[in-house]
Design a protein around this ligand. Sequence first.
Ligand SMILES: [Zn+2]
Ligand SMILES: [Zn+2]
Ligand SMILES: [Zn+2]
Length: 387
Amino acid sequence: MQDRTSGIEAPATIVFSVFYALFCTGFVYQSKEFIGAGITPENLLSTRDWVGSEEMRFIIYHLRRTAGTIIIHSFLPFWYLYGYSYFTSVIDGNHGSMSEFWDHWPIFWYSLMLSILLPLTTASMVWFWSLDGWRRHPFIRQLEIYANNNTWAEVAKDIEIEFRRIDKITVRTTPIEKVVVTDNWIILISSSPWRMRLSHQSDISLQLASCDHHQLSTEGEIGGSQYLKIEVKNRNPDIPSYFFRIISTEFQNLQDKVRVSINNFQNISIFKNVSERFVDVFKEQISENARAVFTDELEPCIGCMAVTANVTILRNCDSSIGDQREDNACVSCYCRPMWCVDCMGKWFASRQDQSNPETWLGSKCPCPTCRSRFCVLDVCLIDNIEP
Ligand SMILES: [Zn+2]
Ligand SMILES: [Zn+2]
Ligand SMILES: [Zn+2]
C-alpha cells in the first residue's frame, strides 16, 4: 500500500499522464497508428451522418468537420484532469476519494471547473457559427471574397461541383492538412477552421519557397525524401499569401493540375524518386551502346505517345557465351521499335526487385511486347536515316 502522505506523485498517475500526453499528440496530430485504428475526429463526427459526405457536399462537410473537431479537442484538458483525480485517489490510493483529493488540492478543483468551461465556450461558439447555415464559420469569409454579387453559397456550390469531378487531385501535406486542386480552385483543408484557405487559380502565382531533406523516409522511399514548401501568392489583396509543404514526388502531380507554372526562383533541385534516378543512369548507359540504323518511318512511343520511338532491342551483349545458366541468357527480339528511351527505362525499372535498386543496371528484363529477355547493353538508340 502506498504511503498516503507521499503527495500526488504516484506510479499509476504518472503512467496515466504519460499515456494521456501520447494519446493527445497522436490524436490531435493524427499519427498513422490513430488513422489506422480509426480514432479520428472524422469517424467520431460521422456517427449518425452528422458531417455528411465529402464527395457530395464538400464545403458543408468541411465546415461541420472542422467545427466538430475543435469541440472534440476542447474536451481533452477536462478528461486529463478528471483522469488524474481518479488515478491519484482511487488507483494509487493517495486520497480516500476524489472529492477528498479536490478538497486537499483546491487548485485542481478550480482547474477542473475551468476545463469544463472550455468545451462549453467552444460549443457555444460553434452553435453561433452554425446559425443561418454556417454563415459565421471562419472559412465562409474566404468564400465571401469570391462571391461578388452572389452569395457564398453559390461559390460553395461551384466548388462542390468541381470537387465531384474525377480529375481533381488531393495532395496530403501533413496528417491533418491536405491541398485539393480542382479545375479552378486551390483549397487548403486543415483540421483547424482558421487555417483553411481558398484561392481561385486565375488569381494566384505559385512559388517554391524552400526545401528540406529527411534521410529516413516514412514512405519507405530509398535514399530518404525531400519536402518542398510552396507559397501561394494571391493577387487579391484581401487574401494573404500562405504556404503548404508537399513531398517532392507529388510535385509533378501538382504542377500538372495547376494552370500556372510553379516558379522556382531559387533553383531548388527537385529530388527524384528511385525510378526517375534509374532512368537517368539508364539513358547514360544506352548512349554508350552501339546504335541501330533504321530507314522506315518511326511511330510515336506507345508508352507516352509524346515522342517518336527511339530505341530498339538488339542482342549486343555476350551473356550467352560465358554464361553456363542458359535460362538467364539474353534472347533476340524482333519487335519493331515502339518505345522511347524514357519509357523503356521506366519499364526496365518496374520489372526489377524494388528493394535492391543497386542490382538493377546489371539485371535483365523482358521485352514489353514479345517478352524476350534483354539487358541494358542490348538497348540501342536509333539513327533514323531516310532511304
Ligand atoms: Zn515514351
Ligand atoms: Zn520484343
Ligand atoms: Zn543482353
